[in-house]
Design a protein around this ligand. Structure first.
Ligand SMILES: [Zn+2]
Length: 120
């Protein structure tokens, strides 16, 4: 599956400015195409996103937009904030230590957000 993200999300993923992400898109460093005046960045090899529901992916994108997930260590470990803002979790694409993540029955949207950021 391919997933498409904005240059804003790409900038958040890499910890660079929006303008830098736009320059990467323009110079071909990102797999990006311009659609109606906006860069759309296509991520590939994110096969694990196949099983995610669109509503979960939407929650994950909101988390990214709101800055509720930040890179913690290396490229694939993130710190995420709970919806009510009172707790933080450690999240990787493969695992999360929130309640839903520890139950392990479903992939929580923190992990989806981590998957998107790790691939960006
Ligand atoms: Zn989680």
């Amino acid at each position: 599956m391919q997933i498409q993200v904005t240059t804003r999300e790409t900038a958040a993923a890499h910890g660079v400015s929006l303008r830098t992400a736009q320059r990467w898109a323009a110079t071909g460093r990102l797999n990006a195409t311009k659609v109606a005046g906006r860069w759309i960045v296509t991520l590939t090899a994110v096969t694990s996103l196949n099983d995610f529901k669109p509503a979960q992916i939407e929650k994950a994108r909101e988390l990214i937009e709101q800055g509720g997930i930040v890179r913690f260590r290396g490229r694939r470990i993130f710190r995420t904030v709970s919806s009510d803002g009172t707790r933080t979790y450690l999240t990787a694409p493969q695992a999360c230590n929130c309640a839903a993540g520890l139950r392990g029955r479903h992939v929580c949207f923190h992990r989806i957000a981590a998957t998107i950021l790790a691939a960006a």
